[in-house]
Design a protein around this ligand. Structure first.
Ligand code: SF4
Ligand code: SF4
Length: 186
């Protein structure tokens, strides 16, 4: 949770107790999201490194193994996650060396994001590149990393590691569940 997103508000409630009017003062912590909503007024090229990294919502969708149908060009997601993905927290376990360790780990940058058609529709980089706002569940908005999971966007509930799965058998893990397909394809 982002401490800067917490605002204390004092609320007064008026109630009646035993026939008498009473005033009860309570303290409420209101979550207002990141104070500097930089993604609304900066382009991807203008972001600092810290802002860029904070944009990733940690959904893990971009770390799934995918196939492309040769006849239809349709993108087919599998439940298999890259061997370096810690599925429990949906974070890369060797982020600094990811491109050296995994040859097909794609570089997402302000220059490439427009060309990555397979980026999930909910990916924050895609949203900002398209001039759209982040969803309510993005941690920068909700100030709660758990909201990605609550919204059903995280892969952690159903993904499994590709570790030990032979290449020829990966196709068996293509997602068929309609509710997961909806999450992945919008
Ligand atoms: S799809 Fe986008 S927001 Fe989700 S983990 Fe990948 S880069 Fe981050
Ligand atoms: S190397 Fe890391 S960032 Fe790249 S696909 Fe694998 S888990 Fe994701």
């Amino acid at each position: 949770m982002n401490p800067s997103g917490i605002v204390d508000e004092v609320c007064k409630l008026y109630t009646r107790f035993s026939g008498k009017s009473m005033t009860i003062t309570i303290r409420v912590q209101a979550l207002t999201g990141s104070k500097d909503q930089f993604w609304r007024h900066k382009s991807l090229h203008e972001l600092s490194d810290e802002e860029w990294e904070s944009l990733c919502d940690g959904c893990g969708q971009c770390c799934l193994i995918k196939f492309q149908d040769e006849d239809t060009d349709e993108l087919l997601h599998t439940r298999l996650a890259c061997t370096l993905l810690d599925i429990g927290v949906c974070r890369c376990t060797d982020y600094d060396n990811r491109h050296a360790r995994v040859s097909d780990c794609v570089v997402i940058s302000p220059d490439t994001v427009d060309t990555l058609e397979w980026l999930p529709h909910s990916c924050a980089y895609r949203l900002v590149a398209e001039g759209r706002d982040l969803y309510w569940w993005h941690p920068l908005v909700s100030c709660d990393a758990g909201s990605v999971r609550q919204a059903g966007v995280s892969v952690r509930e159903w993904a499994t590691s590709e570790e030990g799965v032979p290449e020829g058998k990966k196709i068996r893990f293509i997602v068929k569940d309609p509710s997961i397909k909806r999450v992945l394809t919008g």
